[in-house]
Design a protein around this ligand. Structure first.
Ligand SMILES: [Ca+2]
Ligand SMILES: [Ca+2]
Ligand SMILES: [Ca+2]
Length: 256
C-alpha cells in the first residue's frame, strides 16, 4: 500500500512538473531574442531596454487563455508589429469563452503596425469594435485568436492552447510592471501600466514553425486575464490526501 502511494505521489509530482514546464511558449533557435528585440525597440526607458524579460516574465499558459475587459470605456488594442510573410492576410480578434466558433475580428489582414481599435462588450453581451456592433458573446469573457489559415502552414491559433490543432502554445502574454516607458509608432510615449498586456503570436504550425513569436504583436489595455480554478489539480491533490489518510487509518487499525 505504501509503495502504491509513493507511486501515486510520484505521478502527481510529475503532473505538476509537466504543467509547470508547459508554461513558456516554445521559442525557436533564437531563444526569444527577436521578441526581446521588439520589446526593447518600443522601450524609451530604461534606456538599455525593456525591464520585461520575454523568457522569464511570461504569463503562465493556463493564465493567458481567457480575458475580460476591466474598464467601462472599453479596451484599446494597438497593433505593435507584424514580422511575418503572412502579415497581409493574418487576422486577429476575440472569441467567446462559451463558444470558440463565435468570434469577432478586431484587425483584418490589411491592418499594420500602429493600427488601433477599441473593443467594448455591453451588459447584454453585444461586442463592439470601434463603436460598431459586431456580434454577441455570452458574457464579458473571451480569448484572443490569430488566424493565419489563409496561407499553407498557418492555422487558427487560440489563446487557449487546448483548442489549437497542433496542441502547442501560440501566444505569449506579458503584463506591464508600471516602470517602463514605451512608445509605439505613431503614438506618443507612455507608461506600460499593469492594466496593459503585450500579446505575441507565432503564426506557423508546430513542428516546423520558427518559434520567434513576432509574427503578430499587439498591446491590449484595460483587460485582465481570467484565471480558471485549477479544479483538476485540486481534485488530484484532495484524492491523494484522502487515500493517504485512509492508508494511515488502516495501518493504525492493523496495529491495534
Ligand atoms: Ca500562452
Ligand atoms: Ca496585417
Ligand atoms: Ca514565426
Amino acid at each position: 500500500m505504501k509503495n502504491r502511494l509513493l507511486v501515486l505521489l510520484a505521478i502527481f509530482t510529475a503532473v505538476l512538473f509537466v504543467s509547470g514546464s508547459a508554461m513558456a511558449v516554445p521559442f525557436g533557435t533564437d531563444g526569444g531574442a527577436a521578441l526581446q528585440g521588439v520589446l526593447d525597440g518600443i522601450t524609451v526607458t530604461p534606456e538599455d531596454g525593456s525591464s520585461i524579460d520575454v523568457t522569464t516574465d511570461e504569463l503562465s499558459d493556463e493564465g493567458d487563455s481567457y480575458w475580460a475587459i476591466s474598464a467601462t470605456g472599453g479596451s484599446i488594442t494597438t497593433l505593435v508589429v507584424e514580422i511575418a510573410g503572412f502579415a497581409p492576410d493574418n487576422t486577429f480578434g476575440i472569441y467567446d469563452y462559451a463558444d470558440p466558433t463565435n468570434y469577432v475580428e478586431i484587425f483584418a489582414g490589411s491592418s499594420t503596425g500602429g493600427d488601433q481599435a477599441t473593443l467594448n462588450i455591453l451588459a447584454d453581451g453585444t461586442v463592439r469594435v470601434d463603436k460598431v456592433d459586431k456580434g454577441t458573446f455570452a458574457a464579458n469573457r473571451f480569448g484572443y485568436y490569430l488566424d493565419s489559415s489563409a496561407n499553407s502552414g498557418g492555422g487558427l491559433w487560440y489563446s487557449d492552447t487546448g483548442l489549437n490543432s497542433d496542441g502547442t502554445d501560440h501566444m505569449a502574454a506579458y503584463q506591464g510592471n508600471g516602470s517602463d516607458t514605451v512608445q509605439i509608432d505613431p503614438y506618443s510615449a507612455g507608461t506600460w501600466t499593469m492594466a496593459e498586456y503585450l500579446l505575441a503570436f507565432e503564426d506557423l504550425a508546430f513542428p516546423g514553425a520558427d518559434g520567434d513569436f513576432t509574427d503578430f504583436v499587439a498591446m491590449v489595455e484595460s483587460v485582465n486575464p481570467v484565471v480558471p480554478e485549477p479544479a483538476t489539480m485540486l481534485l488530484l491533490g484532495t484524492g491523494l490526501a484522502g487515500m493517504a489518510g485512509a492508508a494511515r487509518r488502516r495501518k493504525r487499525k492493523s496495529v491495534a
